[in-house]
Design a protein around this ligand. Structure first.
Ligand SMILES: NC(=O)c1ccc[n+]([C@@H]2O[C@H](COP(=O)([O-])OP(=O)(O)OC[C@H]3O[C@@H](n4cnc5c(N)ncnc54)[C@H](O)[C@@H]3O)[C@@H](O)[C@H]2O)c1
Length: 339
């Protein structure tokens, strides 16, 4: 049994908790740390844009801490999951790696490439795994679409457009999300999901051109980017968190192939539809498992020594942070930014 620690029992910490609990034949949730004792005493009372849900959160068998260093010193853990605000990722990831445990750290990896480099160096120096929570790489519909791009079943891909829009997230601890110096704004917090998926599908672009808006965080709150690749391929993504409460949340994409379109919209049912040029539209069957469960299961299996396809590396996660900073720079300067 692997002994898991969770650091940060906020919104995503609850999602991690549920993902580990689903693996209870392989892991035990040995310890949980949150700086706010109240969150440990009343788990589940956290709101957010994804249904973390209050049901079934039972911390009675875990050792509870408000100090991560103490938890790492006292508990013999094999791995920790870090669900802390982004500005704390580098510090606590390094701390855990130096304590000799594998680390799953939420996306974005950190606020800038230098912080990411320090995390990669700590993983290498201590011989431990470091996986960043780029969950879209594991999301069943996005995985299905990637297979279609790679195996060419609908011909060549000509265009790809992504969208991720949310109501303003006013639910975070001390409102850290709405301080761009701590979160990187919607660009680094939200839009990075699609930028990283673009990176996953096509590699890093040659350059980006972005335009955007600032409204609530002092940074990038709505960003529209063209990813510039060589050849006959048009790629764009828009992401932002200044939609009204009534809008809620939507993630979506359109992929345009020579012989079909693939359309995904999280607010539609069915959400994934293929429209071939010469046949009736259909909705492919994909796993009903959540991407969060799949990514954490992947991490656990890697620790247990399974030989799995490489879905992401810490270096790629670092590059996705660099990509976002280039987009933000482009929006600020009005210029194409080369990568
Ligand atoms: N993959 C995804 O889809 C996804 C979704 C939401 C959030 N996230 C990422 O997860 C991270 C956390 O976001 P969130 O929405 O859960 O934030 P949150 O504000 O809901 O939770 C943060 C938690 O960390 C705790 N905390 C703060 N400082 C601490 C410290 N020093 N030691 C221990 N606990 C401390 C807070 O008390 C709070 O419970 C962010 O990096 C965010 O980008 C990812």
């Amino acid at each position: 049994m692997l002994r898991v620690g969770i650091i940060g029992l906020g919104f995503i910490g609850h999602v991690h908790y549920k993902a580990y609990r689903a693996l209870k034949d392989k892991v035990t949730i040995a310890a949980i740390c949150d700086i706010e004792r109240e969150r440990l005493d009343h788990p589940g009372a956290i709101l957010g844009n994804i249904d973390a849900g209050p049901d079934g959160v039972d911390l009675s068998e875990a050792a509870l801490y408000t100090d991560a260093a103490k938890m790492l010193a006292e508990q013999k853990l094999d791995l920790v999951s870090i669900g802390l605000p982004t500005y704390l990722h580098a510090k606590y990831t390094r701390m855990a790696l130096e304590a000799g445990v594998h680390v799953f750290c939420e996306k974005p990896m950190a606020l800038n490439p230098a912080e990411c480099d320090s995390m990669i160096a700590a993983a290498e120096a201590n011989g431990k795994l470091l996986q960043i929570g780029h969950v879209i790489r594991f999301w069943p519909e996005y995985g299905w679409a990637r297979d279609a791009v790679q195996d060419g079943r609908y011909g060549k891909l000509l265009a790809a457009h992504f969208q991720r829009l949310s109501q303003t997230p006013n639910w975070s601890w001390q409102n850290w999300l709405l301080d761009s110096t701590k979160s990187g704004g919607a660009a680094l917090d939200l839009h990075i999901h699609d930028a990283d998926y673009v990176h996953y599908l096509f590699g890093m672009p040659n350059a980006v051109f972005s335009t955007g808006a600032t409204r609530v965080s002092g940074g990038s709150d709505h960003l529209l980017t063209q990813y510039l690749y060589c050849g006959n391929l048009a790629v764009s993504a828009v992401g932002g968190w200044i939609m009204s409460k009534a809008f809620g949340f939507r993630q979506a994409f359109d992929l345009v192939f020579e012989r079909a379109n693939i359309q995904y919209d999280s607010t539609h049912s069915p959400s994934l539809v293929v429209q071939p040029h010469d046949k009736e539209p259909f909705s492919p069957e994909v796993s009903s498992d959540s991407g969060y469960d799949i990514e954490i299961s992947h991490f656990v299996e890697r620790i247990l020594g399974a030989e799995l396809p490489i879905v992401l590396t810490p270096q790629e996660s670092r590059e996705s942070v660099r990509l976002i900073l280039a987009e933000v720079e482009s929006a600020a300067t009005g210029k194409v930014v080369a990568l």
